[in-house]
Design a binder for this molecule. Structure first.
Ligand SMILES: C[S@@+](CC[C@H](N)C(=O)[O-])C[C@H]1O[C@@H](n2cnc3c(N)ncnc32)[C@H](O)[C@@H]1O
Length: 220
């Protein structure tokens, strides 16, 4: 299912080619708390971690020796930065970064212990398809961890986000994505369960959402 407000893949590629040279300076500090919260939750799972939409690899500092990180991204200019980071030798836990569309991943089923996507799910062309791909490549018992700004849904903040949505689309940003859509995806999967939804400190502008792929399908 896509909606009229979903971004298309070519808009995202064009936008992130423009973002790449300035991304770390602009988005590094603004998103750091959300990025770290998601990486911390992934560290608690440990093992083989796939980072979807790895961008420039800003999160590499946030993982440690109990993890093996594989990163994918659509944008070659963003990935070039991630690859340079990886090659610096400072991140032995980063195994590879590859160009790949999260809608159709080349990994076998049940490859990873954990899939992380920081500030990605709201801007992919088909969020449900990407969630299903994440679910496919995570092992039973493994987790999908997302962090994003999610739509306020009511009040002045919601109105501002709806207005901003029209202006920020070409920048590859999407401020009005509802949590209900993530929840509906989990409810439509018999072996996916929402295990956590929490605001990230200090200001609560980002929400961390965690799904588990259950080892056995849930009863209907
Ligand atoms: C806002 S940036 C977030 C980057 C990084 N996760 C971070 O927290 O700094 C979104 C990233 O998702 C990538 N992306 C968007 N759609 C994608 C897709 N379908 N498959 C893979 N990556 C995608 C973009 O190219 C971009 O690098």
């Amino acid at each position: 299912m896509t909606t009229a407000t979903d971004l298309d893949t070519s808009t995202v590629e064009t936008a992130y080619a423009r973002w790449a040279p300035i991304y770390d300076a602009v988005c590094g500090p603004i998103m750091v708390k959300g990025r770290r919260a998601a990486a911390s939750a992934a560290r608690d799972v440990g093992g083989k971690i796939l980072e979807v939409g790895v961008g420039t690899g800003l999160s590499f500092d946030d993982y440690g020796p109990n993890t093996e990180i594989t990163g994918i991204d659509l944008s070659l200019p963003m990935l070039a930065k991630a690859r340079a980071r990886m090659m610096s030798g400072r991140y032995p836990h980063v195994k590879s970064v590859q160009q790949m569309d999260a809608h159709n991943m080349a990994f076998a089923d049940a490859t990873f212990d954990c899939v992380v996507a920081q500030f990605v799910i709201t801007l992919v062309a088909n969020p449900e398809q990407v969630l299903s791909e994440c679910h496919r490549v995570v092992k039973p018992g493994g987790r999908i961890i997302l962090v994003n700004h999610l739509y306020s849904e009511v009040g002045v903040a919601a109105a501002v986000e709806r207005w901003a949505a029209q202006k920020t689309r070409s920048l590859g940003l999407r401020p009005e994505f509802p949590f209900a859509r993530l929840q509906a995806w989990a409810q439509s999967n018999s072996d996916a369960i929402l295990v956590e939804r929490r605001k990230v400190a200090p200001f609560g502008i980002y929400t961390l959402v965690c799904f588990e792929r259950t080892a056995v399908p849930l009863a209907a």
